[in-house]
Design a binder for this molecule. Structure first.
Ligand SMILES: [Ca+2]
Ligand SMILES: [Ca+2]
Ligand SMILES: [Ca+2]
Length: 296
């Protein structure tokens, strides 16, 4: 995919979820997405640097993804360590990362429940997934109350965290965030009662493992290019074949709902080697036939 194609897709994605709610809104207030955050082969979503409730230990700065050599690589940057932060107010004494969700359905996240992919990458979090890895057929749950967090996205915004790039550069406004996470009727009238923050896998089927990667193994990664310089950078990879082809929206919240980020991207179709050979043969035979007809 070229940079121009990615830019167009990211812009379209943002507009889709703006248009979804436009009918019920007085007008559009969001600016065009700061799209096309492609750099050194990585696709970036840069999150607000000042929307981590509780300070930098609960602040996400970016999410990035690249596809290379039959693997998908994911990287995160912010102030929250992979193993979370000790906090006596949490049921398990720790507040950390939730699970990462991939939605290829083109619908809002709530409508997509049961048809979502989820990745548990933090081995110490409160996921309903038994172990780290990639899961399909996922339904998500909210773990914010056990993690001393926000009971709803609306409550988080009511506390003053409705900042620009609230869920990163691909879902930059509160309207876009509501429109992606909830059905239209909720997005048009978000309350503290109808906007739970789904932070973790509840149920799903494990389809593969992930490989945790050191900073140095994340070749080409450069959050600093976008000014995202959180103290924590980590990532992981998994087999490309575990996810379908096409456009997706990926997102992750901290377990407390104190911050979240989303990334719009595309996983391109990978042709089967035998299929490709077959197509080449058909093409060659077709050319031969055409040449024969032309000669006769
Ligand atoms: Ca943030
Ligand atoms: Ca926890
Ligand atoms: Ca955020």
């Amino acid at each position: 995919m070229t940079l121009a194609m990615l830019q167009q897709f990211k812009k379209s994605f943002y507009q889709l979820f703006q248009v979804t709610i436009a009918a019920g809104m007085i007008g559009l207030t969001g600016q065009a997405a700061n799209a096309g955050q492609l750099y050194n082969g990585w696709n970036y979503a840069i999150d607000s640097f000042s929307d981590g409730s509780g300070g930098e230990a609960y602040n996400i700065r970016g999410l990035a993804l690249k596809e290379e050599g039959g693997q998908v690589f994911v990287a995160l940057n912010g102030g929250t360590p992979l193993t979370g932060v000790s906090n006596a107010a949490a049921a398990d004494g720790n507040i950390g990362w939730g699970d990462l969700f991939f939605n290829f359905s083109g619908t809002n996240f709530q409508a997509a429940q049961g048809n979502v992919f989820g990745i548990r990458f933090a081995g110490t979090n409160d996921s309903g997934a038994a172990s780290t890895g990639v899961y399909q057929g996922v339904r998500a749950k909210s773990g914010t109350s056990e993690n001393h967090g926000y009971n709803s996205l609306r409550q988080y915004y009511n506390y003053g965290y409705a900042k620009t790039n609230t869920l990163g550069t691909d879902l930059p406004t509160t309207q876009a965030a509501y429109a992606y996470l909830y059905p239209t009727n909720v997005a048009n009238s978000p309350t503290t009662g109808n906007t739970p923050i789904l932070t973790a896998i509840n149920t799903g089927t494990k389809v593969g493992n992930i490989n945790m990667l050191s900073r140095n193994a994340l070749t080409g990664l450069d959050f600093g290019h976008f000014g995202a310089r959180g103290s924590q950078t980590f990532g992981f990879s998994f087999d490309r074949s575990l996810l379908p082809d096409g456009n997706f929206l990926a997102h992750v919240f901290l377990e407390c709902g104190n911050d979240g980020v989303a990334l719009a991207g595309t996983l391109q179709e990978v042709p089967e080697p035998t299929g490709l050979l077959g197509l080449t043969m058909v093409g060659l035979l077709g050319s031969v036939g055409w040449l024969r007809r032309k000669a006769s």
